[in-house]
Design a protein around this ligand. Structure first.
Ligand code: ASP
Ligand code: MG
Length: 704
């Protein structure tokens, strides 16, 4: 069974009704359908008004009904001809006669009961659904009109689900030959036997009741907007459809002012595990919004902005799925309002939302400001940049910015300050405007501890400092989450392979990482440089080459840090984590390039030991040459069910032949090979070192 509900505008004219017919007929090709409809748009309002006028003794209530009858007649005349037209008009006029009699009977009755007022409202849905059922019949469909008043039961306040479900089930089962059931939404009968309603917008709720009663496979709410949107598109043109929501967040949105879905609709669907699909009658191909059970989210995801009035004021509600960091989110929202010149009079939070109260006069601006802050990732044309680390990368960056690099991408980068001072980052946190960019070009081991504070202050981060990301995984994850929570970016593409598009290639293709087989990388430039430069026939010994590299600033201060594989380890951690593998340093099996004794002595002794080993190196090179092999220092993760993370991680010297891309590198080239189950390996190779390259990569990260 499928349940399709159509709103008032979907049935407001003959043209619109013909769209409904198309949608329902298509749906009924492979399943039975229950079609629930609202009254034609404006009808319920008119009925309420005519009841009000009647109780005041104002006979213009009857002319309102006459005009309403005229609107229905016009639709019928467009949809039907000949005898069919006559029959349908007759049927509608019988309903109108009843309605007229009811309204006339209360003319001048100031103490008209609430039940009577409700009864008047029930006529709209009867009229619209009679037209729909007649049209399906005229088209030769196996159709049956169901009287929802006889099926949906209330106790005067709420729906009695057990009786209602039994009634609906029986009604449907007793008509095995019927393919399309048509039933009025919104209306019911109370325990006294009086026709009543389910509250304004209640047709959605009717549809959910019919769906739950019949254990429907599908519950579709067809309306005139493309699903639930991030905010009211009439107020904010950048509003967009939310493709997927949990029942809880949809309920929160509906309860806090979003008009597209009547809040009570959610409970019956949720209780029976039926997904609610909200679609646009005027754009049926658009997938709209699906509301379903999404499990518990670990990370807060913002869903939308709704608003509702609260006396003199307006409450703006920011709805989220997953755990909200209330203090931080409120601070962010209040600041966004303040930036737009709006004062938040009061704030509070609930399970799935935070709420900010503003003056009614600024309601629209407030929605727009919060939508901009939480949902629009507009790229500003100028970026304010604060650079920590005035070393070789910082200086290159300074030159590039001065030369106007970045304006190519339509962006002006403004270098606000650059400093190697350790206190600099604290000043940036205190003073830099939100949405500016902090650039970390330092080698600091502990500057990462400030990242979360930077992000919490609304400041984006670009970092070329790989030490910041080789920290324990929980701290790495905390930084990532802080970025997400604050709507800021945290980019560090230069930490592996410098300007090579390595990390973005991994993150861009991860998400379905079940199919990742391995990542192998030769990413240690210093070592590359020396290893590829050394062939055993040089004028310089290996020790001499290393020392020269050290003097040229190509190695760490103590070059053994490189030989030990420390730098490679950091890079491997970053690579693995980018692929979704929560690797820790302890998980990696590192085999240093040289035996232990080389690392447990003074630098001076180290060099003499190395020099003494030169004959061995020469011999080894000759052997390898004969085999046509090369040595490479390779960092890798490889799928392995026995390892804690599902991947075995290693860093060690490997012998590679001419069939291996690692064979063919020289100088400071980096190569990375990503193997997945379903495609040929991705190989990225290129210059992986240099201050210019790093600065280029940093600029890319700033303006991406
Ligand atoms: N016609 C009713 C109303 O306008 C019910 C509905 O449209 O869902 O409130
Ligand atoms: Mg509605």
């Amino acid at each position: 069974m499928k349940v399709l509900k159509f709103g008032g505008s979907s049935v407001a004219s003959a043209t619109n009704i013909s769209r409904v017919l198309d949608i329902v007929e298509a749906a009924s090709n492979d399943d039975k359908v229950i079609l629930i409809s609202s009254a034609i748009s404006g009808c319920t309002d008119t009925l309420i008004e005519s009841g009000r006028l009647a109780s005041l003794g104002d006979s213009s209530c009857l002319s309102l009904l006459e005009a309403l009858c005229g609107r229905h007649d016009a639709i019928v005349k467009r949809l039907f001809t000949g005898d069919e037209r006559k029959a349908v008009l007759e049927e509608l006029h019988t309903v109108f006669d009843e309605l007229n009699a009811l309204v006339t009977s209360i003319l001048g009755d100031k103490s008209i009961s609430d039940a009577r007022k409700q009864e008047i409202q029930t006529y709209g849905e009867i009229l619209s659904t009679k037209i729909l059922a007649a049209k399906f019949l005229a088209e030769g469909c196996k159709v049956k009109w169901l009287d929802s008043r006889d099926l949906v039961r209330t106790d005067g306040i709420k729906v009695e689900e057990t009786i209602t479900y039994t009634n609906i089930r029986k009604a449907v089962e007793s008509e095995p030959g019927t393919v399309i059931f048509v039933a009025p939404g919104f209306i019911a009968r109370d325990s006294q036997g009086c026709p009543t309603t389910l509250g304004r917008g209640g047709s959605d709720y009717s549809a959910a009741l019919f769906a739950a009663a019949t254990s429907a496979d599908s519950l579709q709410i067809w309306t005139d907007v493309p699903g639930i949107m991030t905010t009211n598109p009439k107020t904010v043109s950048a509003a967009r459809t939310i493709p997927q929501m949990s029942y809880e967040s949809a309920l929160c949105m509906a309860e806090h002012g979003a008009k597209v879905l009547y809040a009570p609709t959610v409970a019956p669907a949720m209780a029976s595990g039926i997904a609610i699909n909200i679609k646009n009658t005027f754009d049926p191909a658009n997938p709209g919004t699906t509301i379903e059970n999404l499990g518990k989210r670990k990370i807060c995801e913002w869903m939308g902005v709704s608003n509702f009035s609260s006396g003199e004021d307006e409450c703006i509600c920011l709805v989220a799925d997953g755990p909200i960091d209330v203090d931080l989110s409120l601070k962010r929202a209040v600041t966004a309002l303040k930036d737009a010149g709006i004062v938040a009079i009061d704030t509070c939070s609930e399970n799935h939302c935070i709420i900010l109260k503003v003056r009614k006069a600024v309601e629209k601006q407030a929605c727009a400001a919060l939508h901009r802050e939480f949902f629009e990732f507009a790229k500003p044309s100028a970026v304010d940049v604060y650079v920590a680390g005035h070393g070789s990368v910082g200086r290159s960056l300074e030159r590039f910015i001065a030369a106007g690099t970045g304006t190519r991408a339509g962006k002006e980068i403004r270098l606000c300050s650059i400093s190697s001072d350790r206190q600099f980052v604290d000043r940036v946190i205190a003073e830099a405007p939100r949405r500016s960019v902090f650039v970390d070009c330092t080698n600091s081991e502990d500057i990462y501890r400030k990242y979360v504070s930077l992000l919490n202050a609304g400041i984006n981060i670009v970092s070329s400092n790989r030490r910041s990301f080789a920290v324990p995984y929980v701290e790495y994850a905390a930084m990532k989450q802080a970025a997400l929570r604050n709507g800021c970016f945290l980019r560090y593409n230069t930490t592996v392979g410098t300007a090579l598009p390595i990390l973005e290639s991994i993150s861009g293709s991860s998400g379905y990482n079940d199919d990742l087989i391995s990542i192998e990388a030769v990413v240690s430039c210093t070592l590359n440089h020396i290893i590829t430069g050394y062939d055993g026939a040089n004028t310089d010994s290996f020790a001499k080459l290393l020392q020269k590299a050290q003097i040229a600033g190509l190695t760490e201060q103590d070059p053994r840090t490189d030989l030990e594989g420390k730098d490679a380890l950091r890079k491997l951690l970053i690579l693995a984590r980018e692929a979704g593998v929560p690797l820790e340093a302890e998980d990696v099996e590192v085999t240093p390039m040289l035996p232990e004794e080389f690392f447990n002595c003074s630098l001076e002794d180290f060099y003499s030991m190395l020099e003494a080993s030169e004959p061995d190196f020469i011999k080894r090179e000759a052997e390898l040459d004969a085999l046509d092999k090369r040595q490479r220092f390779v960092a890798s993760i490889r799928r392995d069910a026995k390892s804690r993370t599902g991947y075995k991680a290693e860093i060690k010297m490997q012998l590679v032949g001419t069939d291996n891309p690692f064979y063919w590198i020289s100088g400071t080239e980096n190569v990375i090979v990503i193997k997945k189950e379903f495609s040929a390996p991705l190989v990225i190779k290129g210059a992986g070192e240099g201050a210019r390259e790093a600065a280029t990569g940093v600029i890319n990260d700033i303006i991406r």
